[in-house]
Design a protein around this ligand. Structure first.
Ligand SMILES: Cc1cc2nc3c(=O)[nH]c(=O)nc-3n(C[C@H](O)[C@H](O)[C@H](O)COP(=O)(O)O)c2cc1C
Length: 209
């Protein structure tokens, strides 16, 4: 299977930034890829706090996604975070990339020590041991030395650390532009083509037209 056809794993954990996860889901359901989705309990709590939508992470369905304004046309597979029998728990599952967005400091620390205490942590551990793409989107500020050390450890093991730190240079008009900045960078790292925001040279070219 070539990389462009391989499934994508999206894990949503309990850091602030639920709108990034919502937008990622909206984009990933529009591409012709199998997308495996896992939501932690704290991820669901943050979605309720930030988007006002209650989702039971043990009963993830396409209906839940509609509540998040996510079209259900895509090839989505849902997993409970306690299900180690899921295919993504094994290195024999050929995931193209795994994205954890947002990534809590708790999940980051578990990845850094290889804890594999739930399916999200296990699937991330598998991506690293198999030398496959793992993109972590932490959101915390300020960062303690513990956070920084955990990021360094994860990066040294092969993870891409992509903090939810939006740039402001792409002609920001709305919150959606800020969200799309981060989502576009994640998609770039995952090797998924999507034309969400103008790239640096393009923004300049459009301004000077
Ligand atoms: C509303 C809310 C916001 C939170 N925001 C953050 C955050 O921005 N960054 C973070 O690392 N943890 C944050 N937390 C704490 C994590 O959710 C908590 O550490 C949890 O154990 C993470 O579990 P998980 O990684 O399995 O999702 C937040 C929790 C709640 C309820």
């Amino acid at each position: 299977m070539n990389d462009a056809a391989k499934p994508i794993i999206l894990a949503i954990t309990g850091a602030s930034g639920a709108p990034y996860a919502q937008r990622l889901l909206q984009v990933l359901t529009q591409i012709d890829r199998e997308v495996h989705v896992i939501l932690s309990d704290s991820g669901a709590a943050v979605i309720q706090q930030e988007l006002g939508i209650r989702i039971d992470p043990r009963q993830l369905t396409a209906d839940n996604l509609q509540a998040l304004d996510v079209p259900t046309a895509g090839r989505i597979v849902f997993h409970r975070n306690d299900n180690f029998m899921a295919p993504i728990a094994s290195g024999s599952f050929l995931a193209g990339a795994m994205v954890i967005c947002p990534c809590s400091g708790s999940t980051l620390s578990a990845i850094a020590v290889g804890a594999s205490n739930n399916l999200i942590q296990r699937a991330a551990d598998v991506q690293l041991k198999e030398g496959r793409k793992l993109i972590l989107v932490p959101r915390e500020t300020p960062l303690s030395l513990i956070h920084l050390d955990n990021m360094r450890t994860a990066a040294a093991a092969g993870a891409t650390i992509l903090p939810a730190m939006p740039g402001w240079y792409h002609g920001v008009q709305s919150l959606d532009d800020i969200i799309d900045f981060i989502v576009a960078r994640i998609l770039d790292q995952a090797g998924i083509e999507a034309d969400l925001i103008p790239r640096w040279g393009e923004a300049h070219a459009r301004d000077s037209e």
